[in-house]
Design a protein around this ligand. Structure first.
Ligand code: GDP
Ligand code: MG
Length: 166
């Protein structure tokens, strides 16, 4: 099994921390899958019978300048081509304009989307369920996975779930 995965989320939600945790030293392994110029491969995780190719999808944030419109189109096309999208949010912060904006972009995309709620080490466990519920009513995510990219909680479970969508 092999597939492309795009991690989408506002700055500082923990995308790089997650990639570093799952790929770490294995980051140098490159895939033989065709690579388009607009998609930068950030890392490839090779497990026994699965290869997960994480790609960078720039431009999905609210545009700060005119070029942003073009970037947004490119980003949306990329989202249509990947096998899975991980939408990462920060458990400490509520659903905001940034998330709303990104979810709007998902409307035109048929790619399966997971909601990854990161930084659960920073919140009280009782607060997790309300967060999950508030996101679930915004979009029909295929899976909702709370993790701590920093401490590693639930990251293995997320990888298992990713596997089933490749
Ligand atoms: P990115 O902009 O989405 O790539 O976010 P980064 O991976 O650079 O992380 C931004 C900040 O959040 C860094 O200071 C990380 O150490 C911190 N961070 C990332 N994941 C976690 C987490 O699971 N728990 C906590 N407490 N901090 C985290
Ligand atoms: Mg980053």
């Amino acid at each position: 099994k092999s597939g492309f995965i795009s991690i989408i989320g506002r700055p500082n939600v923990g995308k790089s921390t997650f990639l570093n945790r799952v790929i770490g030293q294995k980051i140098a392994i490159m895939s033989d899958k065709p690579q388009t110029t607009r998609n930068k491969i950030q890392g490839v995780l090779t497990l026994e019978n699965t290869q997960m190719i994480f790609i960078d999808t720039p431009g999905i944030h609210k545009p700060k300048h005119k070029l942003g419109d073009f970037m947004m189109k490119v980003a949306q096309n990329t989202l249509k081509e990947v096998d899975l999208i991980l939408f990462m949010v920060n458990a400490e912060e509520g659903f905001g304009r940034g998330e709303e904006f990104i979810l709007e972009k998902f409307q035109t995309v048929n790619t399966p989307i997971f909601l990854v709620i990161n930084k659960i080490d920073q919140i009280h466990p009782d607060n997790l369920l309300p967060i999950i519920e508030s996101y679930k009513e915004k979009y029909p995510f295929k899976e909702v996975v709370p993790i701590s990219a920093l401490e590693g909680n639930n990251v293995d479970r997320l990888l298992e779930q990713i596997k089933t969508y490749l």
